[in-house]
Design a protein around this ligand. Sequence first.
Ligand SMILES: [Zn+2]
Ligand SMILES: [Zn+2]
Length: 256
Amino acid sequence: MNLIPIPAFDDNYLWLLHDGVQALVVDPGAAEPVQQVLQAQGLTLKAILVTHHHADHVGGVDALRQATGAVVYGPEAEDIPGPFIGCQGGQSLDVLGVRFQVMDVPGHTAGHVAYFAPDLKPSPLVFCGDTLFSGGCGRLFEGTPAQMLDSLGQLAALPDDTRVCCAHEYTLSNLRFAVAVEPNNTDLLAHQARCVDWRQQGLPTVPSAIELERRINPFLRTRLDAVQASVRQHTPSARTEVEVFAALREWKNNFR
Ligand SMILES: [Zn+2]
Ligand SMILES: [Zn+2]
């Protein structure tokens, strides 16, 4: 299977997975850039996977369904342009012969799901929408810090080589913040230099990998002393890991 990030809007990626004949697309906020790729590569769209209800993730669903007859999968608990097949955590899907495990990852939105493909070659992958970004995580619009921390913990527990297919190119700004949190993290500094290079060449910084995110992403590292100490310099009252995570998210919200 081939994996392509289709850029859309300012910084969205609409992920396309295909076998040379049939394709699925994840979170098509717009139809046109997807249709261009389908046409250019002679692919038939069979399925649409939606992670959550935000407009930049579902805006192209109706047009693509109408044009192709693709089957739409989305979180059962959210308002997705229907008809769609409602999914929830623990469920297994077979799409284009690929097995996907649905994960409930609330926090960014209340019903946000991720789609994990454990058997894919050359390595597993996860479509995680706006929950986990490279070097960061989504804002908490509908969920609590405790929910988001738990959701990120589930994603962080996926196999090391799992490709992290997130829905936005936020990496450089995330890594600038991550360096403010952990100025002595050499893995982080090295990865930041690589990403600056890639962006200068117009290349995406994703997919990332779970093992890398565990080393560079402060939102997956709130248990570590270095991260906790750094957060407490900003928010001395942050004690528990959930409080540290909440304070870290708040710090990022106001970081320029
Ligand atoms: Zn969103
Ligand atoms: Zn988004």
